[in-house]
Design a protein around this ligand. Structure first.
Ligand code: NAP
Length: 279
């Protein structure tokens, strides 16, 4: 019998996870299907009941359900507890376990870089992706400046992750953002600025003068592959990391939690590139 998997959220039609995961299942010759299910908060408990009954083998969870799902699960992994958010649900015996593979993917990405805990970081954004990055950065011992449009959202994120000792907050009204950037070795964009189809696709969250050749610049936006921010960073001679690596990394961890197998990352990346037309 075909094992069924899905990503739950709303809106969901834009999700790349069906391409990513179906390609992996097919490559590994697993009899599994993966679909996007438009899910309201009201429908979520019913889908989890269906998973308990064996109709579903696993779920990814995205906006706006990543936090709402927490009280409906039997167990949370450390990554999900730290993030206060779940993006993957798998079964252990008959228990539903929530994990956060965004955190695991970000950890891998940063572990592969020459970063010392003494390096300051500038984290731009205060939504779900920024929260995952903040948890990882603080766990690694970094001091973080959070730059966000809405100060209250950033302050809330800091207090919810107990990061007060390690994080301070600024907004885009700060008089000298290039100085904040200069004090940092790592710059992370976790806003939708620069995202194809987002509110400001043609803009970088910070200006060209903020970047230099000492920086490591990580843009979580994966479409386009070279975002306006990465364009600035490359021009300044910074090292760069694009969002595709995280997208594939988090999907690969979900795949492993469901199947126990190492995910075919090259196949997954190829499928995503085809889906978003960046070959
Ligand atoms: P989210 O929870 O909705 O957060 C959105 C963030 O963007 C907030 O900080 C928000 O600031 C800011 N923002 C939105 N519109 C803005 C504007 N016009 N000007 C300035 N700031 C603006 O979204 P998310 O889930 O964290 O995702 C954020 C980005 O990360 C998206 O581009 C997403 O595609 C990407 N992402 C990538 C991966 C990956 O695997 N590569 C994984 C997750 C997310 P306010 O607080 O002021 O509203």
């Amino acid at each position: 019998m075909t094992e069924k998997y899905a990503i739950l959220g709303h809106p969901i039609s834009h999700s790349l996870s069906p391409y990513l995961q179906q390609a992996a299942f097919d490559e590994m010759k697993l009899n599994c299907s993966y679909q996007a299910v438009d899910t309201s908060p009201q429908l979520l408990p019913e889908l989890l009941t269906q998973m308990r009954q064996g109709q579903w083998s696993g779920f990814n969870v995205t906006l706006p359900l990543k936090r709402q799902v927490l009280p409906l699960l039997d167990e949370l992994t450390l990554s999900a507890q730290n993030a206060g958010a779940v993006n993957t649900i798998y079964k252990k015996q008959n228990r539903l376990v929530g994990a956060n593979t965004d955190i695991l993917a970000i950890e891998d990405i940063l572990n592969n870089q020459r970063l010392d805990p003494s390096n300051r970081c500038l984290l731009i954004g205060a939504g779900g992706a920024a929260r995952a990055a903040l948890v990882v950065l603080v766990n690694r011992g970094h001091q973080v400046t959070i730059l966000n449009r809405t100060a209250s959202n950033a302050l809330f994120m800091v207090s919810e992750t107990n990061s007060e000792d390690r994080a301070d907050v600024a907004t885009f009204a700060h008089p000298n953002i290039p100085a904040l950037a200069k004090a940092s070795r790592l710059i992370v964009n976790a806003t939708t600025i620069g995202m194809h189809g987002g509110p400001e696709p043609n803009r970088s969250p910070i200006s060209q003068e903020a970047f230099n050749s000492e920086h490591l610049v990580f843009d979580m936006v994966y479409s386009p592959e070279v975002t306006p921010m990465l364009h600035h960073a490359l021009k300044a001679g910074s090292d760069t990391i694009g969002g595709l690596e995280m997208l594939v990394g988090q999907g690969a961890y979900s795949f492993k939690l469901w199947t126990g197998l190492e995910a075919p990352k090259v196949t997954m990346e190829r499928a995503v590139r085809e889906a978003i037309g960046i070959g």
